[in-house]
Design a protein around this ligand. Structure first.
Ligand SMILES: [Ca+2]
Ligand SMILES: [Ca+2]
Length: 130
């Protein structure tokens, strides 16, 4: 089951003065179907939405879990306005809307975890807890 949410009017003022609005974790799917889970990591993912009115350059942003496994967004990655990007735990070819952590083991604990979205300077943009 994927849980989705919508948010409006959330503003974050980053330490470098950049204002971001409505960039958030819009969905999460920690429990990949099939066993063992490590062989189905294309079904373990986090979705991030850019709900603001302009694209955002996410070069160097990070997505991390409670155990501090860290995924760094590739240099030059831009998320277009009103688009979502899905970050899969497993391996694959990155596109504008799909990124791959390239992990060989699960990242997101099925029973409970935290997902943190941060800018390169460490500012917390969003946290999703389940
Ligand atoms: Ca999992
Ligand atoms: Ca974890």
């Amino acid at each position: 089951m994927t849980t989705r949410k919508e948010r409006k009017g959330i503003w974050n003022i980053l330490e470098n003065g950049t204002e971001t609005q409505n960039i958030y974790i819009s969905g999460f799917h920690p429990d990949a179907q099939g066993t063992p889970e490590r062989e189905h990591l294309d079904d373990e993912y986090i979705i991030i939405k850019n709900g603001q009115s302009s694209s955002v350059d996410m070069s160097g942003w990070t997505l991390s879990d409670e155990a501090n496994h860290v995924f760094t967004f590739p240099q030059g990655f831009k998320l277009n306005k009103n688009f979502e990007v899905t970050v899969y735990t497993g391996h694959g070819t990155n596109t504008d809307t799909e990124l791959y952590w390239s992990s060989d083991t699960p990242i997101w604990n099925n029973s409970g975890d935290n997902a943190y979205l941060r800018t390169p300077d460490g500012s917390l943009i969003d946290r999703e807890k389940w």
